[in-house]
Design a protein around this ligand. Structure first.
Ligand SMILES: Nc1ncnc2c1ncn2[C@@H]1O[C@H](COP(=O)(O)OP(=O)(O)O)[C@@H](O)[C@H]1O
Ligand SMILES: [Mg+2]
Length: 294
């Protein structure tokens, strides 16, 4: 958890991210963090014997048991088609399991209104999912507007979010097509953070970005996480990204079958089997772990 030792960011304690919700027992959490980090034990996301069989009979997820601790980054890594996106989408009920239980804060999401649920859960995806005919600031503020914020309030908050994700305010009134790919991804992350969710689902958010920019975005995410301590489920097929970002890395094979789960160092030092070993061999850049920003 060394990364949570704080980054000295100027955004630390930005008022709109100080948690005031009743389920977090501490006040001024960002200020007291990381002193021993007393997280509520029930927080987080968990999967218990979760299965998903699609209508055509495809088994996307088979008997998944997984705990994603609160305030940590859990990275799901595995080959294309192994079920990563399906697992992620079961958290906010974009997909419902055919069997088993997905829980948020210990409560089965099946009994939760999807709209309520999604207030607490931000979602960022690979192509950024921005609306092309809305400006940057309108895209970021979309959910805030839907939830009744005035145009001015949504704009003010959106500008703060642009600061937070490292975008100059000069981009605010541009359209997504007028931004670089990396900038668009930042807008997508800003939008995912707009409701100050406890949980962030990130589905290959940096997948389409060129390597240098992707490295910047990865470091930005670690910096942000050092300040915000969200519960993050991050999907990638890039093992280097998994080892860089994950507090906990879950290596999956087809059917979201867990080949290995552990801290990056555990997996690197003791790959469970030949399947994991192949991933580890690819992880040439994993030696950078422990250097930058950590
Ligand atoms: N709506 C669907 N209907 C049928 N099969 C699907 C559907 N969505 C995904 N799948 C299949 O489920 C499996 C897991 O898909 P997905 O979760 O998207 O994998 P990943 O994100 O790891 O690439 C794949 O075989 C995929 O083709
Ligand atoms: Mg996917």
């Amino acid at each position: 958890m060394g990364r949570f030792a704080g980054s000295g960011s100027t955004h630390r304690g930005a008022p709109h991210f100080v948690r005031t919700s009743d389920h977090v027992p501490t006040t001024g959490r960002l200020d007291t963090f990381p002193a021993m980090d007393p997280r509520p034990p029930t927080s987080g996301v968990s999967f218990a014997r979760v299965n998903k069989t699609h209508a055509d009979g495809t088994v996307a997820v088979r008997q998944l048991d997984l705990d994603c601790p609160a305030g940590a980054i859990t990275v799901l890594v595995g080959p294309s088609g192994c079920g990563k996106t399906t697992v992620l989408r079961m958290v906010n009920r974009m997909v419902d399991p055919t069997a088993g239980t997905v829980s948020v804060d210990g409560r089965d999401v099946a009994g939760t209104d999807p709209v309520q649920l999604r207030r607490r859960i931000g979602y960022a995806m690979q192509n950024s999912g921005l609306l092309p005919h809305r400006t940057v600031v309108e895209n970021v503020g979309t959910v805030l507007r839907l939830r009744g914020s005035s145009r001015a309030a949504a704009r003010a908050r959106s500008l703060e979010l642009l600061d937070l994700v490292g975008l100059p305010r000069t981009t605010a009134d541009r359209y997504p097509g007028q931004l670089s790919g990396g900038q668009q991804q930042r807008v997508g992350v800003a939008r995912a953070l707009s409701t100050d969710p406890d949980i962030l689902l990130m589905d290959e958010p940096f997948g389409a970005i060129d390597p240098l920019v992707r490295a910047d975005l990865q470091q930005e995410l670690l910096r942000l996480q050092g300040d915000l301590a969200k519960t993050i489920l991050f999907v990638t097929h890039d093992i280097n990204e998994a080892f860089l970002l994950g507090d906990q890395v879950v290596v999956l094979r087809d059917g979201a079958d867990i080949a290995q789960l552990g801290a990056p160092a555990q997996i690197l030092d003791h790959p469970a089997d030949a399947f994991v070993e192949r991933f580890v061999h690819i992880a040439t850049a994993a030696t950078s772990r422990g250097s930058a920003a950590r």
